[in-house]
Design a protein around this ligand. Structure first.
Ligand SMILES: Cc1cc2nc3c(=O)[nH]c(=O)nc-3n(C[C@H](O)[C@H](O)[C@H](O)COP(=O)(O)OP(=O)(O)OC[C@H]3O[C@@H](n4cnc5c(N)ncnc54)[C@H](O)[C@@H]3O)c2cc1C
Length: 281
């Protein structure tokens, strides 16, 4: 267990708010933005959901002013599976604190069991707040329509491929189909000019975004790239040097196993990294 904890440190900044703020500072010194994520999901206990919400409110207040107060939340950590109203209340209180400190809250997207409910809670929050954005997943068949709706509503979207195992009736599984839909949705979001976040480590998609933005004369300050803590750090610096906004998603906390597992599942190099380190002892 201890060895695994050490390995998880490649993808997770630490266990405490101080750890993650320190990681944010180091990124800031390199000109890189951060979104802070307290790890946790699938919470079915009200007290635990309340504790997570409190931890997020404290984090927002603890992030020093020179760093952007930007956090990513998962609604199942805030009790989405207990009650939508309960979750809405907890998320709403986080958004209030975010507003006080001039912060921004991104709602991560989870498995398809939660897609519709996550969007519903997002739309209800969005009614009273500008400082909230959503994530859409290119592997879902429904996403092109969701992207069009988000553009027409002026919502801020992070576009990713999607990290959960989904049935073939609702999601593409082949990389080519996912990439094709990603490109289509990314172009719609870039045309919408509502500061989309292009969240991928896939160089083909990064290159496509750079080419499309150049062709459509979309200035670099109108969108940002996002990558995960521990993945492609050299590329972060290159994109910053080339004048692009680069944000890194920085997770912290003790509930890192599901997140760590998703990272291993999506890329064999991440598994090799773990095996190499275990063999090395
Ligand atoms: C900021 C951010 C937030 C996210 N939020 C969510 C969310 O809310 N919900 C959700 O379901 N998913 C989320 N994800 C995860 C996402 O859905 C994908 O599972 C994950 O990003 C892997 O897909 P990919 O496009 O990055 O590249 P992959 O499909 O993993 O890789 C495709 C290709 O990209 C290149 N590549 C990938 N990684 C590397 C690397 N480390 N070094 C060099 N080349 C590499 C390789 O050429 C590889 O073949 C998020 C991802 C990011 C970056």
């Amino acid at each position: 267990m201890r060895a695994l904890t050490v390995l998880a440190r490649r993808f997770v900044a630490g266990e405490t708010a101080e750890d993650v703020i320190e990681a944010g500072r180091r990124l800031h010194d390199r000109g890189i933005l951060a979104s802070f994520d307290l790890l946790g999901e699938d919470v079915l206990d009200r007290a635990a959901a309340q504790r997570s919400a409190r931890a997020y409110r404290c984090l927002l207040r603890a992030i020093p002013p020179e760093l952007e107060r930007n956090i990513s939340i998962k609604l199942t950590m805030l009790g989405l599976d207990i009650s939508e109203d309960f979750c809405l209340e907890l998320a709403g209180r986080i958004l209030e604190v975010a507003r006080e400190v001039n912060g921004f809250v991104r709602i991560d997207m989870e498995s398809s069991r939660h897609t519709q409910r996550t969007l519903e809670v997002f739309h209800r929050l969005r009614g009273g707040h500008d400082n909230v954005g959503i994530v859409l997943q290119a592997y879902l068949h429904r996403t092109e329509a969701d992207v069009k709706e988000a553009v027409s509503r002026g919502d801020r979207v992070r576009l990713c491929k999607g990290a959960y195992k989904e049935p073939p009736e609702i999601a593409w599984a082949e990389m080519e189909a996912i990439r094709e839909n990603y490109v289509k949705c990314a172009h719609l979001l870039l045309d919408g000019r509502n500061y989309p976040a292009i969240a991928t480590h896939d160089e083909l998609l990064v290159q496509d975004t750079l080419a499309y933005a150049g062709m459509q004369k979309i200035p670099a300050e109108r969108f940002e790239f996002q990558m995960l803590y521990g993945l492609r750090p050299r590329r972060w610096d290159e994109l910053v040097r080339a004048g692009y906004n680069m944000r890194v998603y920085v997770p912290y906390g003790t509930h890192w196993m599901p997140y760590f597992y998703r990272r291993l599942r999506e890329r064999k190099e991440n598994v090799l990294f773990v095996i190499r380190n275990v063999v090395r002892g």
